[in-house]
Design a protein around this ligand. Structure first.
Ligand code: 5GP
Ligand code: ZN
Length: 117
């Protein structure tokens, strides 16, 4: 069934507490934790507890939960003291996605002005 935990998914294991993570926020449906290889002074990953392969798949199946994910990303930025920050959803290996459990990167704490588009 959609959203079911996947046995080989790293982020499902973090949600289950089987792999440790530095958690910064936790709600009934969303978890936020620090990236293990930070690309900026603040680099937090925000994920739904349930498993979807990417953010668009999450939004298609559970739009309200996708909204919660974004709201939590904003809450993380606020708590981390970021006025300006970047949200990134890598989607597909060719775009740099390496963990196939929906997540948004919250990046900030340094100038994030380099253009990608
Ligand atoms: P993606 O490349 O799929 O958009 O993002 C996956 C992110 O997960 C990467 O930035 C990577 O550094 C991070 N990551 C990979 N393994 C772990 C881990 O075991 N713990 C944490 N906290 N982050 C991880
Ligand atoms: Zn998963």
């Amino acid at each position: 069934m959609a959203g079911e935990p996947q046995p080989d998914c790293l982020f499902c294991k973090i949600v289950a507490g089987e792999i440790p993570a530095t958690v910064v926020r936790k709600t009934e449906r969303i978890l936020a934790f620090r990236d293990i290889a930070p690309k900026a002074p603040v680099h937090v990953l925000v994920i739904p507890h349930v498993h979807y392969p990417n953010a668009a798949a999450l939004a298609a199946a559970e739009p309200e939960l996708a909204g919660e994910l974004l709201a939590e990303a904003g809450a993380v930025a606020r708590e981390e003291g970021l006025a300006d920050y970047r949200l990134i959803f890598n989607t597909g290996p060719g775009a740099g996605q390496t963990v196939f459990h929906a997540h948004v990167h919250v990046l900030g704490g340094r100038p994030m002005t380099e253009r990608m588009v």
